[in-house]
Design a protein around this ligand. Sequence first.
Ligand SMILES: [Zn+2]
Length: 95
Amino acid sequence: MMPLFFFLIWGSKTKPAVRGAFEYLCKNCGHKTVHAITSVKRYFTFFFIPIFAVSHKLFMNCNACGYTLEFKDEAREKMLEKLDKIDEKKEKNEK
Ligand SMILES: [Zn+2]
């Protein structure tokens, strides 16, 4: 029974969240349209409580054709920086 017991306590959970939307030229359909930026974090959970993120993926989704592109390496870092700056501005405006 031990392996099942551990399986129930330790786990992982994904949390998708829309982080922003920017106008880009789509590589797939060629339309200059709004692309939603979605971050998908996978959390390590203990007793179903997320403890820390084990992976963080960033995707861009074309609103015209649905084309999805994953940000990787340097592009991912740059986009995360951009999103953090936008979040900081939002927080300042709210205060
Ligand atoms: Zn497109």
